[in-house]
Design a protein around this ligand. Structure first.
Ligand code: HAM
Length: 431
């Protein structure tokens, strides 16, 4: 039997893992700059957690969860998103007693039974960031800034769509209006929207069925129903976002209001946003990040009243548009028939680190056929070969071959000398 990976899953092969690391490392560096701390959570949770948080009216809970009974007949679900688990952990571990805001980030796999296609998978990964315990609009503003930094560093083209759903009062009046507006069309709407009409009419605006969209096109939008408080906050956020300048003092131009943006999960209030890639590659799956404010979730899951804000970005979608980048490891094949080579390679790790050089080393011990080893190093796209064979040992030297320029350099056999040569030669390759 020939095994294949299950539909909607994919292997990230070594040739692509540098891009993966670039995405994670860039996010981590920027999130840590903004004082987020990493949290690592289970991949499955009690099913009820997602039903109560993501919401009964969402597609995720209705159609997409991987739910199973374990051997003790407990209903468990592979997490379809990260926020619910973070909030559960926040309450369960008493993190709400720590100084606020508590800023947490995580990354890992999520599972949704979706129609698999380019950029949409059944197992996918997110970088997720949550700020718990703050109702300050600094959350909204800093998140947009942090994400701009991440996506600018990753050198991709994007724009940010923002909207406000309003507080409870605003959403209540919009719900009343929108139910009245759609009542006459109920028979023409898709089955999902018929359900949403009762459970959460706002979610109808997110419907992908064209005929339904045409019906909703003439309706007023949630922005027109904001309460006084929500409207003030919305205006303040927009004005602060307008002052963001990049390092050349240019304002970011790529923030737009999308009055139809409602997001696919039930827990949001007020500010919501999505980052969309402008790349053709992603076709219909252009959302690379989404999030918003969720001031009622912690309380509804049994914690104290806690305003909160967060977002998550999809790593697989970014993998399709991010390039490897210029930060490159120097890869070395170390050919030797001398025992000391193992000691030297250990020292190279230490000295490389002290000099801020990222090295990958492959020791080839007792090479039988030197020219074959050189060929292999070339095929593996190594940058250098360091020789320490009998002839080098006698002379107390290392011989270093730059595989890009084919030059050979000799230096006395101290590891710091290898590092000096590598640095000098690597700069030559780069320039
Ligand atoms: P979401 O919009 O469902 O939000 O997902 C966030 C991002 O995950 C999407 O923008 C997309 O890049 C990626 N994504 C979602 N589904 C898939 C899929 N099937 N295949 C590949 N990528 C996917 C949330 O999950 C919220 N928990 C975000 C949040 C955090 N809100 C507040 N805090």
């Amino acid at each position: 039997m020939k095994y294949q990976s299950p539909r909607g899953t994919q292997d990230i092969l070594p040739k692509d893992s540098k891009i993966w690391q670039r995405i994670i490392n860039t996010s981590k560096e920027i999130l840590e700059f903004y004082s987020f701390q990493e949290i690592i959570l289970p991949i499955f949770e009690h099913t009820e957690l997602f039903q109560r948080s993501v919401g009964e009216s969402s597609d995720i809970v209705n159609k997409e969860m991987y739910t199973f009974l374990d051997r003790s007949e407990r209903s468990l679900t592979l997490r379809p998103e990260g926020t619910a688990g973070i909030v559960r952990a926040y309450i369960e571990n008493g993190l709400h007693r720590e100084p606020k805001p508590v800023k947490l980030w995580t990354y890992g796999p999520l599972f949704r039974y979706e129609r698999a296609q380019v950029g949409r998978y059944r197992q996918f990964h997110q970088v997720d960031a949550e700020v718990l315990g703050s109702n300050s609009i600094a959350c909204e503003v800093e998140s947009v800034f942090a994400l701009s930094k991440i996506f600018n560093t990753l050198e991709i083209d994007y724009h940010i769509e923002i909207n406000s759903l309003g507080d409870e009062e605003s959403r209540k009046s919009y719900k009343e209006y929108f139910q009245k507006y759609t009542k006459g069309f109920l028979n023409d709407l898709c089955e999902d929207c018929k359900r949403r009409y009762e459970q959460n009419p706002l979610r109808m605006l997110d419907c992908k069925v064209k005929a339904d969209q045409e019906i909703f096109a003439g309706a007023k939008k949630p922005l027109e129903f904001l309460s006084g408080e929500s409207s003030k906050t919305w205006e303040e956020i927009k004005s602060l976002l307008g002052i963001y300048k990049d390092k050349n003092n240019r304002p970011i131009q790529n923030i737009v209001t999308n009055p139809n943006l409602v997001r696919g999960l039930d827990y949001y209030n007020d500010f919501v946003f999505e980052v969309k890639s402008t790349s053709e590659v992603l076709k219909g799956q252009s959302a690379i990040c989404g999030g918003g404010r969720y001031d009622n979730l912690v309380e509804s899951l049994g914690g104290p009243k806690t305003p909160a804000f967060g977002w998550a970005m999809g790593i697989e979608r970014l993998m399709l548009i991010v390039k490897e980048g210029i930060q490159k490891n120097i890869s070395i094949s170390f050919l030797s028939n001398q025992e000391e080579v193992f000691n030297y390679s250990n020292q190279l790790f230490e000295v490389g680190k002290e000099n801020n050089l990222k090295l990958n080393i492959e020791v080839v011990y007792n090479p039988q056929n030197i020219s074959k080893q050189i060929d292999t190093a070339l095929k593996k796209n190594a940058d250098f070969i360091v020789f320490y064979l009998d002839s080098e040992k006698v002379k107390n030297i290392f011989k270093i071959k730059n595989l890009k320029t084919r030059e050979e350099i000799e230096c006395t056999n101290q590891v710091s000398n290898i590092i000096d040569v590598l640095e000098r030669e690597y700069n030559k390759i780069k320039n």
